[in-house]
Structures are given as structure tokens and as C-alpha cells.
Design a protein around this ligand. Structure first.
Ligand code: AMP
Ligand code: MN
Ligand code: MN
Ligand code: MN
Length: 281
């Protein structure tokens, strides 16, 4: 059985519209899909209207919240929450504002480097999508300021560069509580992407568990079996559920496509079991 609990659409920085993402998931034979756009559920709300009741595919409400912990930007997935719950409404509104404010700051910083017009440029690229650094990168490429997206992140937008503005994100405990109060499962996204030492990663997961979080992603895109085993051990030591997802943004030969087989997870609980998806043992 194929499932995927971490995907993006054009509501944030994915290339496929919610309708196209649903179609791709159905063509590939997925049974469970969570659409987890950055800081918005607009794509999910659009997709759920499009899905016929008799569909083989079950769509799970999702979001990927940006937050701060110990000076780093961390991504926390919300799965299966009530999007209309007051805590979620407050969180989503706060994050939309944060993204607008952050975009202004990013543009001011780029202007100081001689790149004027970044805010209007990135806003035009984003359109109605939740604005983010990829939209700035696309604008920089279109202006000829950099050769490609990678160069834009490497030089201006990536971790530690001038456009990496974290100040507007809420704290890890806050976003975890929004999700959990709305009946969802808060899940630490791609734990290895933060490039923490093993010790720091355990400190992050401890803080997250302490805040009431439910799970961690043990498979995110393509990982080695050693990495999966490492993350499963962390889940076990903090008694957390495990989740899996492709982090699909677009078709890309180096990235994972939609849909993953449920792994063997002896002694662990899959977050998917909340939707009565059986785990092979
Ligand atoms: P934001 O959500 O605005 O902070 O932007 C982060 C997003 O940019 C991530 O979710 C990725 O989709 C994308 N991204 C991050 N780093 C890179 C990179 N080095 N090259 C291309 N895209 C990136
Ligand atoms: Mn993204
Ligand atoms: Mn992420
Ligand atoms: Mn993601």
C-alpha cells in the first residue's frame, strides 16, 4: 500500500496545482495522501472539494509549519487536524502575516546588496501562493541576477545567507500546541535536514515531545537504511509515532516521487494507524 504524508502544491512552493497533485496520486495508486503546504491549508481545502466520496484515495488535512527552536528554523507537520479549530485559525493567520513581513525584510536586505524590486518581483511570482524564498529565487533567476535556483540559495537565500530571515517564526512549542489542540498529530519534518549533531537532534526531539508533539518523520524523500534506523531509534526513545513522506514539490529525477510503501516498524506506531492503515509486521 502506498501512502504519502508530506507533499506540496502551488498553494505554497510546489509545481502542481492541488487538482494535478490529486490526479498524480490517483494515477500512482496512493491510498492515503496528506497535502502539507508551507503554512497554509488553502491547497488542502481546494483538493478535498475535488475528491469524489467514492475515491480510493483518502486525503488527510495537512500543513508544514515553520517555527524556531534554539536559533534554527524547524518544520513541523500537522496531520489530521481540524482546520477550522480556533487554534489552527490563529496559527495559520499568524504564519501568513509572518511570511508577508519576512518577505518585506528579505527584499530590504536584497536591496542593500543592489537588487531592487525584489518584493514586487517575488510577489508577482507567488501570485496567490504563500510567499517564500523559492519565489525570490525564481525572480532572481528571471532578472539574470543568478544563473539558477541553486545559485540563488547558495549565495543569497540559503541557510546563514542574507535572505535567511528567521525572526518572524513562532516557537516550536507554540506550533506544536496549535496542531495538537486542533486534534492533529504534530510531526517533526525531515529531522536530518537540519544537519544537527546526534546530540542536538535528540535535544530537539526532547523539546518537541515535552511540548506535546506526537511523531517524527523516519523516512523523508530518499534516505539510507542507516538513516531510517537512526530515526527509528530516536522515535523509540521518546515514545513517538513515526511518519513517512516524499516532500514532493515537483517531478525531479533526484527527488522522491509521490507514494511510499509502509515500512516495517517493529515496536513502533505509525501515525498512519490513526486512519486505520495497517502496518506490515
Ligand atoms: P521558505 O519556506 O520560504 O523558508 O523556503 C524554504 C523552501 O525553499 C524549502 O521548503 C524548499 O522547498 C526550498 N529550498 C530550500 N533550500 C533550497 C535550496 N538550497 N535550493 C532550492 N530550494 C531550496
Ligand atoms: Mn518547500
Ligand atoms: Mn520542510
Ligand atoms: Mn516540505
Amino acid at each position: 500500500m502506498l501512502i504519502d504524508f508530506h507533499t506540496h502544491s502551488t498553494a505554497s512552493d510546489g509545481a502542481l496545482t492541488p487538482a494535478q497533485l490529486l490526479a498524480r496520486a490517483q494515477t500512482r495508486g496512493l491510498q492515503y495522501l496528506a497535502l502539507t503546504d508551507h503554512d497554509t491549508v488553502a491547497g488542502y481545502l481546494e483538493a478535498v472539494e475535488l475528491l469524489p466520496e467514492a475515491a480510493e484515495l483518502t486525503l488527510i488535512p495537512g500543513v508544514e509549519f515553520s517555527c524556531r527552536w534554539s536559533g534554527a528554523t524547524i518544520h513541523i507537520l500537522g496531520l489530521g487536524m481540524d482546520c477550522e479549530h480556533p487554534a489552527m485559525r490563529e496559527g495559520l493567520a499568524q504564519l501568513s502575516d509572518a511570511r508577508e513581513q519576512r518577505a518585506i525584510t528579505i527584499a530590504q536586505r536584497l536591496a542593500k546588496l543592489g537588487y531592487a524590486g525584489a518584493l514586487e518581483g517575488a510577489q508577482a511570482v507567488a501570485g496567490v501562493s504563500q510567499i517564500g524564498r523559492p519565489h525570490f529565487a525564481t525572480w532572481m533567476v528571471a532578472q539574470g541576477h543568478v544563473a539558477d535556483h541553486n545559485a540563488a540559495f547558495d549565495r543569497y537565500l540559503g541557510q546563514g545567507k542574507t535572505g535567511d530571515v528567521k525572526a518572524f517564526w513562532p516557537e516550536l512549542a507554540q506550533v506544536t500546541q496549535w496542531i495538537e489542540s486542533a486534534g492533529g498529530a504534530a510531526v517533526v519534518a525531515h529531522p536530518l535536514k537540519y544537519r544537527f549533531t546526534g546530540m542536538k537532534l535528540r535535544r530537539l526531539v526532547a523539546a518537541f515531545a515535552e511540548a506535546g508533539g506526537s511523531g517524527i518523520e523516519v523516512i523523508s524523500g530518499r534516505q539510507t537504511s542507516d538513516q531510517v534506523a537512526h530515526l527509528q531509534r530516536i522515535a523509540q526513545s521518546f515514545d513517538l509515532e513515526v511518519s513517512i513522506g516524499s516532500d514532493f514539490h515537483r517531478e525531479w529525477q533526484h527527488g522522491a516521487d509521490l507514494g511510499m510503501e509502509i515500512p516495517r516498524i517493529e515496536g513502533l506506531r505509525g501515525v498512519w494507524e490513526r486512519w486505520a492503515v495497517a502496518t506490515a509486521s
